[in-house]
Design a protein around this ligand. Structure first.
Ligand code: SF4
Ligand code: SF4
Length: 451
């Protein structure tokens, strides 16, 4: 029995030391401190029991060990997985003209502006308010940083320069392909090109905006043009996101929109060379709602903050899509109830959202679909004050932790058991804080003297 207690104390000590070392690598200050403090305190009662002689020592030791074993078994037993869980599919299509970036493009005293607010008068008051704010990447905004804002603008302007490349001429000579082989090739190639994940689904009407809302696509009615949609995610740097809402977040958003857009354009071009239609959907130039496509392509679920929650990076990704007629093998949606259940329990994004744009409630019936919807006006209004795209919700999400052994073990536990989900949330609060501190921007940025 004494030996068992000693082994248990050693396992706890080593686990916490490993957690501390991983936290050092991840530069998570609170997790480093708490891991090492716990490593040297939690094993103490077990060592005390093992090395102190007292009446009923054996009996007390048996009870303590039994409690530890029972808790461990309960935490790892599969339960609350709900394998029958299915996400409802949207009934209505989204009009891109109602999105904030489309409304941002409306210029006062123009026909387009007047017509939009004539039909959507309820949006006029709130839009008039954020229009008075300095604006995204503006020098008068709260998080203005000349170098990082210029870097972000450079990324967004490069993306804009690619807008004519999303579609192009199709090779009139079709190459016959084997769907399995070309699917496997595309997925491997995308990952080699920098994608984190790549999934394929059948393009559905609800994936496509009903009407365009940006640039010269404003007012254009969309119809389903292609049979398949390929969704690509790219990772956003943990360090850049952790400092959100500082300027590093908007710099990283721009960079990863560019990376995802670049490989989507490359892929669409490649497919057209094969003799099949293909269009890339990249930042500022979407005809499809990327998170819905990516969800149906098996890359994740839509969480409380309305973003795609991927299996190994949570919402810390950017998405691009290629729609095409190239025959491909499709993936299935993951229908992972554990992610939705974790969001029901968690609420960390809502608690940390500076504009209270994220709901604390359970999913609600919105247009016939049970889901969460953020207050996009409140969120965007804050962006126009900060000058950055905030990203605080992404940075605090427990699913955003790095894709490594420690966090993937926790993710596996979350998927497996509803009781583990509760424990994982408590642990996240202990190691990272219920309201995590905003991290400093990466050292290579801070080292630039002008900053
Ligand atoms: S922070 Fe929590 S509630 Fe919000 S999306 Fe992430 S897991 Fe869900
Ligand atoms: S980006 Fe910021 S303001 Fe918008 S929902 Fe996330 S935390 Fe809230």
């Amino acid at each position: 029995m004494i030996i068992s207690l000693q082994i248990l104390a050693l396992i706890i000590f080593l686990s916490l030391i490993i957690s501390g070392v991983i936290s050092v690598l991840e530069k998570e200050k609170l997790a480093i401190k708490r891991s090492f403090i716990l490593a040297f305190t939690v094993p103490l009662p077990f060592l005390f029991l093992a090395f102190t002689s007292f009446t009923f020592q054996n009996e007390v030791s048996i009870i303590i060990l039994s409690i530890v074993v029972i808790i461990t078994v309960i935490a790892i037993l599969p339960m609350g997985r709900n394998k029958k869980y299915r996400q409802e599919l949207p009934i209505n299509r989204i009009d891109e003209r109602d999105t904030m970036f489309s409304r941002l493009e409306l210029k006062p005293d123009t026909n387009r502006f007047n017509e939009y607010y004539k039909s959507k008068s309820q949006k006029k008051t709130i839009d008039d308010l954020w229009r008075k704010n300095p604006g995204l990447l503006n020098s008068k905004s709260n998080y203005y940083n000349p170098i990082l804002f210029a870097s972000s603008q450079a990324s967004f302007e490069t993306i804009d320069a690619l807008k004519d490349k999303v579609d192009g001429t199709i090779n009139p000579t079709k190459t016959n392909t084997d769907a399995s082989q070309i699917t496997s090739y595309i997925k491997s190639w995308m990952k080699k090109s920098g994608a984190k994940e790549c999934g394929i689904t059948e393009l559905q009407d609800y994936h496509i905006y009903s009407v365009g809302g940006r640039g010269d696509r404003y007012g254009k009615e969309y119809k389903k043009q292609h049979k398949f949609a390929i969704a690509i995610t790219v990772e956003m740097s943990k360090e850049m996101v952790a400092a959100a809402p500082n300027a590093s977040i908007v710099m990283e958003s721009g960079q990863q929109y560019l990376e995802s857009g670049k490989i989507a354009i490359q892929l669409a071009n490649f497919i057209r060379k094969f003799g099949y239609a293909a269009r890339a959907h990249i930042d500022g130039n979407y005809e499809v709602v990327c998170p819905l496509v990516a969800r149906d392509a098996g890359l994740g679920e839509i969480g409380r903050m309305g973003l795609l929650m991927t299996k190994n990076l949570g919402p810390r990704v950017r998405i691009a899509v290629v729609t095409t007629d190239l025959p491909l093998n499709m993936d299935k949606p993951i229908h992972d109830f554990s992610m939705i259940d974790f969001c029901v329990k968690c609420k960390k994004c809502a608690e940390n959202c500076p504009s209270q744009a994220i709901s604390f409630l359970d999913r609600e019936d919105i247009d016939g679909v049970l889901r969460w919807q953020i207050n996009q006006e409140a969120c965007f209004s804050l962006w126009t004050t900060l000058g950055t795209d905030c990203g605080r919700c992404i940075s605090v999400c427990p699913f955003s932790h790095p894709d490594n052994f420690l966090h993937n073990a926790i993710r596996a536990g979350i998927k497996n058991s509803s009781i583990f989900r509760v424990g994982a949330l408590k642990l996240d609060d202990v190691f990272y804080g219920k309201k995590p501190e905003i991290a400093e921007m990466p050292e290579w940025i801070r080292n630039v003297k002008q900053l």
